[in-house]
Design a protein around this ligand. Structure first.
Ligand SMILES: Nc1ncnc2c1ncn2[C@@H]1O[C@H](COP(=O)(O)OP(=O)(O)OP(=O)(O)O)[C@@H](O)[C@H]1O
Ligand SMILES: [Mg+2]
Length: 316
C-alpha cells in the first residue's frame, strides 16, 4: 500500500508523563498534557529551558520511555497498539552518547539495523552511504572511542539513519559542537529534510531553530506555551530591540533632546532603541539625525526568536 501523505508524521494527544517520587520527593510532572500534530516533511523544533520536558517527550515518542497517559501515533500507527511498527518509522539521535565505545564504528551502525530485522548484508549499502555522507567512512574500522566528540555526534546520526526512517528525532544534536561543525550538520539535516525525511529536533540554540526549522513549539514546565511557524512567532513579538551605532559619541545634551523616546544609551557610540509592535523605525532615525546624530549601522540586538522566548517564559 502506498503511504498516505496526508497522515501526520506525528500526532500527540494530551500526553502526560509523571516520574514516580520517593517518600521525600513527590515526583515530577514532566509533561502535563501536551498535544501536537507534525505533518510529514516538516522541519520542527522543540525549544525550551533545562528540565522543560523535551527529552521526556522525545523518549516517549521513540519508545524509550513509557508515558503516563495520552496518545502518540507515528504515521498513523499507535505506539501502544503496534510499538514495533511505529518504531520502524523513527530514527533517534539521543541527547547522551549511548554506544559501546569499544565497538567499531561500522558495527555500531550495522548492529542498529538488526533491531529492525535488517540483516548486516542488507544494511551495508545504507551504512556505507550514511557513513560517507557524515564523513565517517574512513573511520569505519576504528573503535568509537578513537573518534572526536564531533565525530561521535555524527556517528549517532549515522546510526539513527541506517534503517531509512521517515522521521528523524534529534535531541540536542549540536550541543557542545563548534560553530563550523554545527553549520555542516545543519546543511546535512536540510538536505535530508529536502529529500523527504520529517525532522523533529530539540534545541537550546534559538538561532538553530530560527535558521533551520519551519515550525517551533516552545515548551516550558511540561507544557507547550506557544506553537507556530517561526514567522508567526516573530510577528507575535510585541517589541523589537535595535542597536544603533553612531558615528560620534552621543552627548548627554543629545539624550536630553531624546527624552520621551524609547532610546537608551548603552555606551559612547551605541544606542538601544525599543520599538513597540508595528512602530516604524524611520521616525526614530529621523529624530536622531534631526539632532545631529549620524547613524553608522543598525543591528538587531540578538536572535529575535530569543526575544519571543524570553517574553513567553517570563510571563509564566
Ligand atoms: N528518569 C527520570 N526520573 C525522574 N525524573 C526525571 C527523569 N528524567 C527526567 N526527569 C525530570 O523530568 C523533568 C523534565 O526533564 P527532561 O529531561 O525531559 O527535560 P529537558 O527539557 O530535556 O531538559 P534539558 O534541556 O536539560 O535536556 C525534569 O524535572 C527532570 O528532572
Ligand atoms: Mg533533554
Amino acid at each position: 500500500m502506498a503511504p498516505d501523505p496526508t497522515v501526520p508524521a506525528l500526532e500527540i494527544v494530551n500526553l502526560k508523563k509523571k516520574y514516580a517520587g520517593t517518600k521525600k520527593n513527590p515526583g515530577t510532572d514532566a509533561l502535563k498534557g501536551v498535544s501536537l500534530t507534525v505533518p510529514q516533511g516538516e522541519f520542527f523544533a522543540f525549544l525550551g529551558p533545562n528540565g522543560a520536558g523535551k527529552t521526556s517527550l522525545i523518549s516517549i515518542v521513540a519508545g524509550l520511555a513509557v508515558k503516563s497517559s495520552g496518545e502518540v501515533r507515528v504515521h498513523g500507527i499507535s505506539i501502544d497498539e503496534h510499538a514495533d511498527h511505529a518504531k520502524a518509522f523513527i530514527g533517534l539521535v539521543p541527547q547522551e552518547m549511548n554506544f559501546n565505545i569499544f565497538e567499531k564504528v561500522i558495527n555500531i551502525v550495522l548492529d542498529q539495523a538488526g533491531y529492525y530485522g535488517i540483516s548486516r548484508a542488507e544494511a551495508m549499502p545504507q551504512a556505507e552511504k550514511v557513513l560517507k555522507d557524515l564523513s565517517l567512512w574512513e573511520k569505519r574500522n576504528e573503535a568509537a572511542q578513537a573518534l572526536s566528540g564531533g565525530m561521535k555526534r555524527r556517528l549517532l546520526i549515522a546510526r539513527a539513519l541506517v534503517h531509512k526512517p521517515r522521521v528523524l528525532l534529534l535531541d540536542e544534536p549540536t550541543a557542545g559542537v563548534d560553530v563550523e561543525l554545527r553549520r555542516g550538520m545543519w546543511d546535512f539535516l536540510r538536505e535530508l529534510n529536502e529529500s523527504g525525511t520529517t525532522i523533529i529536533l530539540t534545541t537550546h540554540y534559538l538561532e538553530e531553530a530560527e535558521q533551520l526549522c519551519r515550525r517551533v513549539a516552545i515548551i516550558n514546565q511540561g507544557e507547550i506555551i506557544k506553537e507556530g511557524t517561526v514567522k508567526e512567532l516573530l510577528t507575535s513579538l510585541s517589541s523589537v530591540t535595535l542597536l544603533v551605532d553612531t558615528k560620534e559619541p552621543v552627548l548627554l545634551s543629545n539624550m536630553e533632546l531624546l527624552r520621551g523616546y524609547p532610546i537608551t544609551k548603552i555606551d559612547e557610540t551605541t544606542l538601544e532603541v525599543k520599538l513597540e509592535h508595528n512602530q516604524p523605525a524611520n521616525d526614530i532615525f529621523r529624530k536622531l539625525s534631526s539632532i545631529g546624530i549620524n547613524i553608522m549601522n543598525v543591528r538587531n540586538s540578538g536572535s529575535r526568536l530569543e526575544e519571543v522566548f524570553v517574553s513567553l517564559v517570563e510571563k509564566k
